[in-house]
Design a binder for this molecule. Structure first.
Ligand code: PGA
Length: 248
């Protein structure tokens, strides 16, 4: 079970360190079967990693990765920093797709590089460009392009994040999430012959609703934005996730 914390660009490096210290000092239990991944902004990566390094259930991720590790790209994190300080990389978040125009092709190239660097890509997908006739066509295109580019087999995670649930305080309908997760699994299975890819839900997850998503068939974790920004709200989510009913 995965609990991912997407800190976006919401915290200064001092606040990021304070939050990491709070998590470190209060994450007293060894929660079985839970992997927590923290995604700070690039400038806070090193500080947060050094605070949380000794907690085996906590991993660190970057919020984006390079498309090509050798060519120059101003504004991008270096491949060596990425592989030295991170275990995971978040790719194709809908904010980047919408604001920066990131395409499926770009996300797929980044996923390929991430896998070559030994990182686990978390590939965010949305139904955004689906049609009324086929609401899943957008997700299908996002999944197919990933497969075309991942030449070397590697582990990756899919995070389904409906755009109207992100940052709005209104999470998606659980039945819709369950059906979409099932469709994602079928698509992945048809594309690569195995449905053994963890599928996560993200969008206004909080301590009150997290169990309703984690208990769904086919959901292996959550990607949390706003509610991961304070120690209290985040650890409440982790605690709920550790309820035996949510551990599959
Ligand atoms: P939210 O963000 O939990 O604040 O909706 C989720 C995300 O953007 O990954």
């Amino acid at each position: 079970m995965y609990i991912l914390a997407n800190w976006k660009n919401k915290l200064s490096s001092e606040s990021s360190k304070r939050l990491a210290e709070g998590i470190y000092s209060r994450l007293v239990h060894q929660y079985l079967n839970i992997e927590i991944v923290i995604f700070p902004d690039d400038i806070s990566l090193l500080g947060v990693k050094s605070i949380l390094d000794s907690l085996s259930i906590v991993k660190i991720g970057a919020q984006d990765g390079p498309m090509d590790k050798t060519s120059s790209l101003t504004g991008s994190i270096s491949a060596s920093n990425l592989s030295k300080f991170c275990d995971y990389v978040l790719l194709g978040h809908s904010e980047r797709r919408a604001i920066l125009g990131e395409t499926n092709e770009m996300v797929a190239l980044k996923a390929t590089e991430a896998i070559e660097l030994g990182l686990v890509p978390v590939i965010c997908v949305t139904k955004g460009n689906g049609t009324a006739f086929d609401p899943y066509s957008g997700i299908k295109a996002q999944l197919e392009s990933i497969h075309d580019h991942i030449r070397r087999q590697g582990k990756y995670l899919i995070a389904y994040e409906p755009t109207d649930a992100i940052g709005t305080g209104i999470s998606a309908d659980t039945e819709e999430v369950k059906n979409t997760a099932e469709t994602i699994r079928k698509m992945v299975s048809a594309i690569q012959g195995s449905s053994d890819i963890p599928v996560l839900y993200g969008g206004s997850v909080n301590a009150k609703n997290v169990s309703s998503f984690l208990s769904l068939e086919g959901i292996d974790g959550v990607l949390v934005g706003g509610e991961s920004l304070t120690v209290d709200s985040f650890l409440k989510i982790v605690k709920k996730a550790s309820d035996p009913q949510n551990l599959k």
